[in-house]
Design a binder for this molecule. Sequence first.
Ligand SMILES: [Zn+2]
Length: 376
Amino acid sequence: MTKQGKKNQKVKLKDVLEVTLWFGLAVIAIVIGIACLSGGGEEEKVAAQIPAKITGFVYDPEHQLADTTVDKVNTRLRTLMHKTTAEVVVAVVSATGNLTIEDWSQQTFESLGIGKKDLDNGLLLVIATDQHKARIHTGYGVEGVLPDATCSRILHSLVNPQMAAEKFDVAVDSATLVIDSILTNPANTAEIMSEYTSVPSAASSLDRQNRKVAHKDEDVAAGYWTLGVILLLILLIVIVPKIYTPRRERFKKGPKPPAKRIKYLKCPECGRQKYHLTFDVVTKAPRYKQEGKGVRRYSCDACGHSAQENYTIGRLKKWSLDGILSFIVFAAKMKSTGGNDADTDDDNYSGGGSSSSSGGDFSGGSSGGGGASSEW
Ligand SMILES: [Zn+2]
């Protein structure tokens, strides 16, 4: 190659680089332009309305629910709060504006301060009717009894099918019924309230400190004991579920997973083979000394007839590995709550802004971000 040729090639290379550079810049400009345009499109979405305060436990600004449902659910959730201190709120909106349902839930949860501040035991059920989306948002304090998987099952087996059929009232009614029964189950209620009941309120913090010093040796022993239990638990949690999961799953509180195939029965009302199970929830998990309970509902696709029945679930076998596992979990829980030193004041209900006596004044819980979302 001649010197001239080399020089030409260099020039060409320079041209190619220049074209590439400009082309690249043009592509970037176009991408940014599109991003801006679509961003502009989003701005046209209505700004999300976050309620600052609501009356009662149901937020339904567009009156999409029947008054009777609102009353019924309000009564249910107020009773639930008095029994367990847990605060459950339902919000039915057509859309969450420019926010995702997750962000809307989080902001509303914080804005209303759902759940007791110390316990963070709030739950928010959000249904965005036009968006076909629903979410259960939970505070740390209820995540133990209503883990994300259970929330997801409630949404998928109760809320979604009813919402798809435009039965808003049934969706809200059945979801709150199940949430209520899970939270009022005595065993679960104890968990929610444990922080209150486990602390002797008369003891001053100084007393507690003195006791701590005196029992230092005991604490070390307890430490080893706890470590042993934790190791055993890890072993059991990892290995035992592999063998026992199907059985454990069946007895878990909350809605049963939907059957793979719908079994049609003869309808007692119209006689057609269109009667089937639509709702099946374990409201009380069986234990070895106690039978469990469940509620199931059948309805007919042909005539709309439906009936609900309560049933019992047999006691667990006394010496099953399952039982041993739950005993160890129980023992570990007792151990851990026994050592808790949380402070309690008698009245923690005034965590919200003003101390009005309306039912819609929540206690300043902040969400732990737990929960589940779904679409129908
Ligand atoms: Zn029928």
